[in-house]
Design a protein around this ligand. Sequence first.
Ligand SMILES: NC(=O)c1ccc[n+]([C@@H]2O[C@H](COP(=O)([O-])OP(=O)(O)OC[C@H]3O[C@@H](n4cnc5c(N)ncnc54)[C@H](O)[C@@H]3O)[C@@H](O)[C@H]2O)c1
Length: 276
Amino acid sequence: MQEFKDRVAVITGGASGIGLGMAHSFAKRGMKLVIADLDAQALEKVVAEFEGAGVPVVGQLTDVSQLDQVQALADRAIDAFGQVNVLCNNAGVGIPTSARNMKLKDWKWIIDVDLWGPIYGINVFLPLIEQSGEGHVNSTSSMAGLIAAQMMGAYNVAKHGVVALMASTERELRAKESPITASVLCPGPINTNISTHSLQFRPGHVQAPAGGKKFGKMGSNIQAALEQGMDPDEVGEMVADAIRDDRFWILTHPRWAGTVQKQLDALREDQSLTQA
Ligand SMILES: NC(=O)c1ccc[n+]([C@@H]2O[C@H](COP(=O)([O-])OP(=O)(O)OC[C@H]3O[C@@H](n4cnc5c(N)ncnc54)[C@H](O)[C@@H]3O)[C@@H](O)[C@H]2O)c1
């Protein structure tokens, strides 16, 4: 997409972390923002901040796992700005549990948010973006969309699905020589509040007692790795640059592509995954 100024971007999960980083970089480039999130307080706060900085913005409380709410988000965007040019399917959650032990209600929640969210997004927004004549669709997957590490079964399944969704979309857009382009973001560790938000939004969540442990052992290790991770504003810049340059793959930690190659080598050489 050549031009950002006055174009309209819809970002789900835009009130925190990577989505907020995207909102910052799009606003810097003169875009109008439609920010969707499930966290009403955070949404109100970021919308007020953008308004204070003179950025044209609306916020819409949205659960991306509900089609009617994604449709209402689209209606809000059209009411506010008359068109949509960029969609970032970014809202996501995850909890670390083995595929064997994860409760079915957690499987369903994670796949509903992380995979059905982007599917609803493409279904509702791509026709609108096509009507506007130029634009881009992006979804946030993960390195977990390219390599299935242990203890993240539902997240891996959803994020592999997101890579497949965006690869299919990209090939189909190219095949019909569409002016709309597509990309997939596969971040490594980024310093965000995903662990806390995921616990907060998990179905049936009960708040830990004051002073009690928030995360289990695995969760604490993941949290520590994320705290050492990349700044989400840096990721926002990468996404804007990739949209400008029409690049499909957005890897925040490209050196990790070597691990994906190792997995492909194991496939070609008929080795088990544990040997790779
Ligand atoms: N942080 C990382 O290291 C990392 C790595 C790879 C991929 N990701 C992906 O990046 C995306 C953004 O996550 P983040 O790390 O910025 O986390 P974050 O928690 O800081 O931001 C995610 C936002 O999504 C919102 N959200 C959660 N469920 C929602 C729902 N059902 N509908 C609408 N909004 C919802 C949350 O309120 C939050 O504001 C996610 O898809 C995540 O899987 C993150």
